[in-house]
Design a protein around this ligand. Structure first.
Ligand code: AMP
Ligand code: ZN
Length: 115
């Protein structure tokens, strides 16, 4: 399949890997939006969250725990970080293989309006 994240997961496209196991791979974003910007990518091709089914619940949980592990490995657990998943056109999704962004290393500001 001609999907760049599937190709990274198969080792056909180079990426700077942070961690990997049989379920997922985490690597540095090629255009970092913060000093730490790592993508958590399941080896299984799912276009985005909308394509996820009940049987993917464990995989989605593993992605969140991998985000925690990446934050720990990159030393940003404290003072903190942000985990983002874009879905679809209005969500700003560019690569249609489900992934989490882990962002940190600078204050990220609020993304929701302050009350
Ligand atoms: P999204 O908008 O959530 O689909 O984000 C896709 C992200 O993938 C962007 O931040 C891109 O910079 C990143 N990206 C695209 N191609 C590559 C690649 N070959 N290696 C690493 N990151 C990539
Ligand atoms: Zn894919």
């Amino acid at each position: 399949m001609d999907c760049v994240f599937c190709r990274i997961a198969r080792g056909e496209v180079q990426a700077r890997t942070v961690l990997q196991d049989e379920h997922l791979i985490a690597f540095d974003d090629i255009h970092p939006a913060a000093p730490v910007h790592v993508l958590i990518v399941p080896r299984k091709h799912l276009a985005n969250l909308s394509a996820a089914r009940e049987e993917d619940a464990l995989l989605l949980g593993r992605m969140l725990l991998a985000a925690r592990d990446v934050a720990r490995a990159r030393g940003i657990e404290e003072p903190g970080y942000r985990v983002v998943m874009n879905a679809g056109e209005h969500g700003g999704q560019e690569v249609f293989h489900c992934h989490l962004h882990v962002l940190g290393g600078r204050p990220l500001g609020r993304i929701l309006p302050a009350r």
